[in-house]
Write a protein that binds this ligand. Sequence first.
Ligand code: CA
Ligand code: CA
Length: 294
Amino acid sequence: MLTLALMVEIASLVVADYGSAMELMIGRQDQGQSRWLARAAVDWGRNVLAEDKRTSQTDHLGEIWATKVAPTAVEDGEVAGEIVDYSGLFNLNGLVANGIVVPDQVESYKRLLRIIGISSGEADGLAAALVDWLDDDEKREANGAESTWYAEHGKRYRAANGPLMDIDELGLVRGYNEDVIDRLRSLVAALPESVPLNVNTASPEVLSAVVAGLSIDDARAIAARCLVSPNANVGSFLDQLPKMATMPPASRFSVSSRYFLVGGRAKYGQAVTRMQVLLDRKSIWPEIVWQKIL
Ligand SMILES: [Ca+2]
Ligand SMILES: [Ca+2]
């Protein structure tokens, strides 16, 4: 398996060549080299995920990919990386399928908002505004917001009427201030399509949100058990749900993951680069959905 150390070694060789030609541009040189290192960390993530797919049928937090790589020193700098399973997050784009609202997903989302401390009234408004942002019509939900609402409130953009590209896009939607987005950030994702939730990596908050009648305490117990003994199949997760819980369709769940976010952070001289890449591991080699340099 390709380790981070090896990736960094390869990157360092490239960096050394690249750097020597640009001695007069010290600042830019540091910037370029920190980017190479961040890229190496992301490549390391792709390799780890490909190796995992080759050797295991399920995905859980005890696997190698889930271990953060702490900042590791390299000559004149350092590099770090981490992989987050986005198939274990609540997919905001799932509130609407093919342009049409999915009512039970909206109910799950409202539960999630309440779990993170948002009042019931505010949660209803936030869910309605997001549904309007995602659905393909211009008919406004109660307390929602379509293009006319944005125009009336001095915004120079229309409702997207399509999937979110990224969580940061939430900042454009009615009611989503920084506080709300910060609370949601570690729990939700904007995936390009509906995929089953990986119950082995989902947080207690998300589990409790997607299963009506599963209390946050029961969800914490299930998640804690899963760390010790991950579910080999969806059935073993469903068996642990309390009798009061409303059983969602089993097809909503999975014990493996398709989407991952790989984050790389590198420092070289004065320059720091943070890079994020969303990967789709539909087949063994994960494909890049988007990438960002922060
Ligand atoms: Ca795996
Ligand atoms: Ca709409």
